[in-house]
Write a protein that binds this ligand. Structure first.
Ligand code: PEP
Ligand code: MN
Length: 487
């Protein structure tokens, strides 16, 4: 390779080796010099000079935040002593072709901050929810309000839609980004949207908190380098027919272009199976966690393509250890202008959130054992009788509580599903930190979380049956009108 190779040639050697259909470049370099943020030009030049004195070549990649140099040639270990040079942060000897994405020299998991939400590294499972495509102000605002009250942590919405057909709805473009930003700001959720054109990075930086690179663009290297220049995090979806290593190489493009904030997404791959839109490869989650430090989320909407499959596969994604879930939600799925079949209605999203919360409780580490003090004499039969008595009182109280919450629901406007996430948190908090007993705060949280969930299920059922009654009354009225009765 010529010594003055530009950044793109410089990148190519990084990605040489491995993979069935990968470029078969020569090179085999295995040393990366990571310069400190703000390293001076003289420091960079001195490092390059020192490498040249060892008879080796450097390829410089200039990112928004830092400069990374690759060292190529036979015997790259000769430059390890340069680690002490001014401006050098780290020398990385890597055997993996994805050098910055690999956890080989980065044992701690990375947490990526999107707006004020942390994703990865043990943070609670992030839930990104919203429509496939932004269609109108009303649609995106109603969805934002709903997903926020259900406890979503981020909002999604496509403005530039990469559709299989040129005749299908292509999205509202910049107008869509503005509507999404407005809705996110109104409810206080960071927003993510898909970028398809490398020239749009600045516009996206203005309106969104995270840039999504879609499955179809996973190997659009020009786009990857462009989002690598963004200051915002990148959500990188796995290509329809890409291997996990290819996904990691795609991430490497973004990282080596200077953007350290990448979140990966498993969204299903194309297989011989036709019962689902794609085959959601959940084993990718632990495989990716074994190979990289980057967060990984799961998209069961595109992964399955069918509404009834979204909830179980979302729970499965969380169960397998994903750092987040991304879900398509629409106020009226049958009328959605894209991905109608896989979009969840508001109540369906509520049910999914209930399941995820339940699952989160299971995922929490086991609480420390509580000390149980029982005064002697211990008469087992009498103790059990008291337990039975307490249990029946608890059952009655839980029922009473649910009845009260249904009554609260009935004071609300119809269609307003109602539960208030803020109040729920307060209640759980209060229960967790009540007078001390044998239960730990975590255990009380678990119990109260479950009690609140069943109250909410009862509310939802009651709202659904009210809606069904209203629907049948309307249908009867319409029928009567059509038959000329009652006119
Ligand atoms: C999307 O999330 O809207 C999307 C188009 O997903 P994918 O790129 O995974 O198909
Ligand atoms: Mn979609």
């Amino acid at each position: 390779m010529p010594a003055n190779a530009g950044p793109s040639e410089g990148l190519r050697f990084l990605f040489a080796s491995t993979g069935q259909d990968q470029d078969n470049d020569e090179g085999g370099t295995e040393m990366i010099i990571v310069m400190r943020t703000g390293a001076a030009q003289e420091e960079i030049d001195e490092v390059k000079q020192a490498v040249a004195e060892e008879g080796l070549e450097t390829y410089v990649m200039v990112g928004q935040e830092r400069i990374v140099m690759g060292v190529v040639g036979v015997g790259v270990e000769r430059v390890t002593h340069l680690e002490t040079m001014p401006g050098v942060e780290q020398m990385i000897r890597v055997s993996k072709p994805y050098k910055l994405a690999s956890n080989e020299h980065h044992p701690d998991r990375t947490s990526v901050r999107v707006g004020d939400v942390e994703i990865g590294a043990g943070a609670p499972v992030a839930v990104i929810a919203g429509p496939c495509a932004v269609e109108s102000r009303e649609q995106v605002l109603a969805t934002a309000r709903w997903v926020k009250r259900e406890g979503a942590t981020l909002m999604r919405g496509g403005a530039f839609k990469p559709r299989s057909s040129p005749y299908a709805f292509q999205g509202l473009g910049v107008e869509g980004l503005k509507l999404l930003a407005e809705a996110g700001a109104e409810v206080g959720l960071p927003v993510v949207s898909e970028i398809t054109d490398p020239g749009d990075v600045e516009t996206f930086d203005e309106y969104v908190d995270m840039l999504q690179v879609g499955a179809r663009n996973m190997q659009n290297f020009v786009l990857l380098k462009a989002v690598g220049q963004s200051k915002k995090p990148v959500l990188l979806k796995r290509g329809l027919s890409s291997t996990i290593d290819e996904l990691l190489m795609a991430a490497e493009y973004v990282l080596s272009a200077g953007n350290p904030n990448v979140i990966l997404c498993e969204r299903g791959i194309r297989t011989f199976e036709t019962s689902t839109r794609n085959t959601l490869d959940l084993s990718a989650v632990p495989v990716i966690q074994e190979r990289t430090h980057l967060p990984i989320i799961v998209d069961p909407s595109h992964g399955t393509g069918h509404r009834p499959l979204v909830r179980p596969m979302a729970v499965a994604g969380a169960a397998v250890g994903a750092d987040g879930i991304i879900i398509e939600v629409h106020p009226d799925p049958p009328t959605a202008r894209s991905d109608s079949e896989q979009s969840l209605s508001f109540p369906e999203f509520g049910d999914l959130m209930d399941d995820l919360r339940r699952h989160e409780y299971l995922r929490q580490p086991t609480a420390p054992h509580a000390q149980v003090h029982i005064e002697p004499p211990v008469e087992r039969a009498r103790l059990r009788a008291r337990i039975d008595d307490v249990d029946s009182r608890i059952a009655a109280l839980i029922d009473e509580r649910a009845e009260l919450s249904v009554a609260v629901q009935q004071t609300r406007e119809s269609g307003d599903h109602g539960h208030d996430v803020g109040r729920e948190r307060e209640l759980i908090e209060k229960a967790a930190h009540g007078p001390e007993g044998v239960l730990t705060p975590e255990e009380r949280e678990m119990v109260f979380g479950a009690i609140l969930r069943v109250s909410r299920s009862a509310q939802r059922r009651s709202a659904a049956s009210d809606a069904a009654v209203a629907g049948s009354v309307n249908a009867k009225t319409a029928e009567a009108t059509a038959n000329g009765v009652g006119q």
